[in-house]
Design a protein around this ligand. Structure first.
Ligand code: GCO
Ligand code: MG
Length: 403
């Protein structure tokens, strides 16, 4: 058996913070797993170092399912983002090791490719509709077949998802949470004209997406979905906070705009009612925050019974290790929908050399054994952790609101 002889957590900040688990076996083969939880990175690092790693030493790295069950059931305190990100990191690293030992890319171990490549969506944004549409046209020229559009809201100083940079934004932007001001009324007026102009400029052959970032009430979400119906969105994401899964029934009764949710979900239990009651169309749970490849496959299998497709979260705070794992999952899973792709900063790509590639709107994980992603530890050590928080939101009268 490939015995686990060591494991350690590497925290590095090449452009932003990442937490990576490296698991080593006695033959010198190692595997990597992403454990990054944006704004709460060190909690997962400690969970792994202080409570998980001591239990891994001496175990058989091939027993992925058994180790998953051990960490999930053995903790007694089940679920939650910290626990599930830690379990995900172990699980991802073990799949990496299994692939390397088998001499096969992980997607081959998951049943092989179900498609030629993985359709990804890019992020077009701008402070005005004109800027956003121009940016979306640029993405189309780059070959993207699916584009998410977020635009500044007239009357609000800053809006979620609108970057300072042309290609990506970094939400965790300060060492204490930035306070933004929000108005749902202003926002709801601004979105339909954005998509009207976008369809005029981009035509109908490209998929368009939008993220409402948990800001709406169910009836507001229903209204937005209805208003966007003429523009045939691929999906409308995170309209309401999904702690209340029942809310989606109300939204669903009013609109045929496809709904996506789940980037903050940790387990199948967060998604179960939504999937079984056919209240959503896309499930956005991801490798790093939903218990790794092993658990994500279980979520996808449940979703497949109800024609719900996958659409994994893939913002910059998910490291290239997670991106690689997601692409192996996406390539193999039968009910794949789309994969989010926000390019990382050059410093990040240099610390995490990877085999995955983008061509003509599709990504591929590459054919290296394992995940096909590595970490340059010498370079990583040059970028120490910097505390960084996500912003918070207040209504115009100062009331604390959802970010
Ligand atoms: C998305 C997301 C992200 C998250 C971020 C939080 O759809 O890409 O909403 O931008 O807010 O990943 O850490
Ligand atoms: Mg989102």
């Amino acid at each position: 058996m490939p015995k686990i002889t060591g494991a350690r957590v590497i925290v590095t900040s090449p452009g932003r913070n990442f937490v990576t688990l490296k698991v080593e076996t006695e033959d010198g083969v190692y595997g990597l797993g992403d454990a990054t939880l944006n704004g709460r990175e060190l909690a997962v690092a400690s969970y792994l170092t202080d409570h998980v790693i001591p239990c891994l030493i001496g175990r058989d790295a091939h027993r992925i399912e058994d180790i998953w069950q051990f960490l999930y059931k053995g903790a007694y305190w089940r679920r939650g983002p910290v626990t599930m990100s830690a379990i995900a990191a172990v699980d991802t690293a073990l799949w990496d090791i299994k692939g390397k030992l088998a001499g096969l890319p992980v997607y081959q171990l998951l049943g092989g490719a179900s498609r030629e490549g993985v359709m990804v969506y890019g992020h077009a944004n701008g402070t005005t509709i004109e800027e956003t549409v121009a940016n979306a046209l640029h993405y189309k020229e780059l070959g993207y077949r699916a584009i998410r559009l977020q635009s500044g809201v007239p009357g609000l100083a800053s809006t979620y998802g609108v970057s300072k940079d042309r290609y990506f934004y970094e939400p965790a932007d300060a060492d204490m949470p930035t306070e933004n001001v929000w108005s749902t009324e202003k926002y709801l007026r601004s979105v339909p004209p954005l998509f009207e102009k976008a369809r005029d400029a981009l035509g109908w052959d490209v998929h368009l997406l939008h993220d409402a970032h948990h800001r709406l009430t169910p009836i507001e979400a229903a209204r937005l979905g209805k208003d966007l119906e003429p523009y045939r969105l691929f999906w409308l994401e995170d309209t309401t906070p999904a702690e209340n899964q029942e809310a989606f029934r109300l939204i669903r009764q009013h609109t045929t705009t496809p709904l996506a949710v789940g980037e903050i979900f940790n387990t199948i239990w967060d998604a179960r009612e939504l999937i079984q009651n056919q209240l959503i169309d896309y499930i956005r749970a991801t490798v790093v925050h939903a218990g790794g490849i092993t658990h994500l496959r279980r979520i996808a299998a449940l979703a497949d019974l109800y024609q719900v497709r996958t659409g994994c979260h893939g913002a910059t705070d998910l490291s290239p290790v997670c991106m690689a794992a997601a692409l192996h999952f996406d390539l193999s899973v039968p009910n794949f929908g789309v994969q989010e792709y926000m390019r990382h900063a050059e410093e990040t790509d240099a610390v995490f050399p990877h085999a995955y590639s983008f061509d003509n709107g599709l990504m591929h994980p590459g054919d290296k054994p394992g995940l096909g992603v590595d970490i340059d530890e010498v370079l990583a050590a040059k970028y120490p952790y910097r505390r960084a928080y996500l912003p918070v939101n207040r209504l115009e009268d100062g009331t604390m609101f959802s970010w």
